[in-house]
Design a binder for this molecule. Structure first.
Ligand SMILES: N[C@@H](CCC(=O)N[C@@H](CS)C(=O)NCC(=O)O)C(=O)O
Length: 253
């Protein structure tokens, strides 16, 4: 049985959510790092594995899988190891609601803010024209638009401002949820904790300083406590150890 996991570095958001699920289950796997810097996620070889040209993607016994949330459930079903989904069906429902929200709402808002922040660094020595040529080769039309906007630094300010608003409101929602039960879905650790942790990027290079200032003992004690418990998990320690940390991007946006 072999598992290869295709990821980006730094190990955050979509890549980290599946990486941590594999670690929590104790599955042996080979991580393969692709990079937006080298555009290797758009190579013909990788497009055979995931035609959308996105990570994470996993090859299990020669068969390819994509889409992080579906891969996590697959991992939990197929491999031995501690369950990552609650047995209680109401908690399982809550887990999925929060996984989707982490990915599609607060995660997307942060992605919008960060993508625009890090693009000048990612672009390196390449000219804006060269970046646009890369962006045009992105297979998914939504992703293509967002690459083009970030590459040309033309994302409308109103979209960035709306993303900031959603993050601020989202942090309050997280605090309310974690005041009601120790873990996101309820009484036990689950995939929802992994996802919220990585999509918000608590304590990672991903998070701009202005967000870190909103999370503190006085205003968000339940969130601070949960972050401490997440940080103490052996799988989180391993993820941090395997993350290649680039210099922190400028904090302006
Ligand atoms: N719906 C996909 C989204 C994956 C995704 O957005 N991956 C990012 C990296 S975090 C990516 O590959 N970005 C490159 C691109 O979209 O061009 C999933 O859930 O796995």
């Amino acid at each position: 049985m072999t598992v290869q996991l295709y990821i980006f570095q730094p190990l955050v958001t979509n890549s980290a959510r599946v990486y941590q699920a594999l670690l929590e289950k104790g599955v042996e796997f080979e991580p393969i790092v692709l990079g937006p810097q080298t555009m290797s996620h758009l190579s013909p070889e990788f497009l055979k594995i995931n035609p959308r040209g996105q990570v994470p993607a996993m090859v299990h016994d020669g068969k390819a899988l994509a889409e992080g949330m579906c891969m996590q459930e697959y991992i939990d079903e197929v491999f031995e190891g501690p369950p990552l989904r609650p047995a209680d069906l109401r908690e399982r429902w809550r887990m999925r609601v929060w996984q989707r929200w982490a990915e599609n709402d607060i995660g997307r808002a942060l992605m919008m803010i960060n993508w625009n922040r890090i693009m000048p660094r990612m672009r390196g020595q390449r000219s804006p024209e060269e970046m646009k040529t890369f962006a045009r080769s992105v297979p998914d039309p939504d992703r293509r638009r967002s690459w083009m906007n970030a590459a040309g630094q033309t994302t409308p300010a109103v979209q960035i401002e709306e993303s900031h608003r959603r993050v601020r409101e989202g942090l309050r929602r997280i605090e309310r949820r974690l005041s009601e039960s120790p873990w996101v879905a309820g009484e036990g650790f689950s995939l929802a904790d992994i996802d919220l942790f990585h999509f918000v990027g608590f304590k990672s290079v991903w998070l701009p300083d202005w967000i870190l200032e909103l999370i503190n003992e006085a205003d968000t004690p339940a969130t601070v406590d949960w972050i401490g418990r997440m940080e103490a998990r052996p799988s989180t320690i391993e993820i941090h150890a395997r993350t290649v940390r680039p210099p922190r991007p400028p904090q302006a946006a």
